[in-house]
Design a protein around this ligand. Structure first.
Ligand code: GRF
Length: 198
């Protein structure tokens, strides 16, 4: 499985997957990292690992269709077979979505469909979980559509929300299970034990 990973900020999940591939814990290779943020930690992490990087943003491509085309061309030229969004804060364009239908996944720190969609990112998700008085939250991996966090869920892991929790505790607890969930899902996709959504 030849991966492209799209990441906007910290890139801790990107690092996890690059490390798992390098250590051959995952039968996959990271062929390309794309970020809308060329000064992000994610971008630096990819470069440090010697992975090809591509910066695509409103600065490089003010025209959204041209950005979409540039993304698609890069994915195809790198022979990418699965696209992973790991903390990527932009929508995927229609040409890329159509070509890679059923081959783009995202990881999200809630039990979708709860606490997903525009505005639900990072700590905001966990603050909303607390405000809603939920007793359980978790992480989801799902297929990507043109709407934020809306495609069919592939896999989820739950964690409890404890009475003494704040958003920070919950974030840490979710991040811990999200890492295993993501590697497990990628491994199943690589072994074709999860069918593509195309
Ligand atoms: C993850 O928690 C993921 O669920 C969300 O963004 C976070 C990525 O963190 N979409 P990082 O950039 O990999 O550190």
């Amino acid at each position: 499985m030849r991966l492209a990973i799209l990441s906007s900020h910290e890139g801790s999940l990107l690092q996890l997957v690059m490390d798992a591939c390098a250590a051959k814990q995952l039968p996959a290779s990271v062929e390309l990292v794309i970020s809308n943020n060329s000064t992000s930690r994610a971008y630096a992490r990819a470069r440090d690992m010697g992975v090809d990087t591509l910066h695509l943003s409103k600065n490089t491509h003010p025209d959204a269709d041209l950005l979409d085309q540039a993304m698609l061309s890069a994915l195809i030229s790198h022979g990418v077979t699965l696209v992973l969004l790991a903390g990527y804060m932009r929508r995927i364009g229609p040409a890329t979505l159509a070509h890679y239908k059923g081959r783009i996944i995202n990881t999200h720190p809630s039990l979708l469909p709860k606490f997903g969609g525009q505005g639900f990112y990072g700590r905001h998700v966990h603050e909303a979980v607390l405000a809603a008085g939920e007793s359980v939250t978790g992480a989801s991996v799902h297929w990507v559509t043109n709407e934020y966090d809306e495609g069919a869920v592939i896999a989820q892991t739950s964690v409890p929300v404890l009475p003494e929790d704040n958003a920070l505790n919950i974030e840490d607890r979710v991040k811990a299970v999200e890492r295993d969930l993501l590697l497990d899902t990628l491994s199943k996709l690589a072994n074709c034990s999860i069918p593509s959504n195309a």
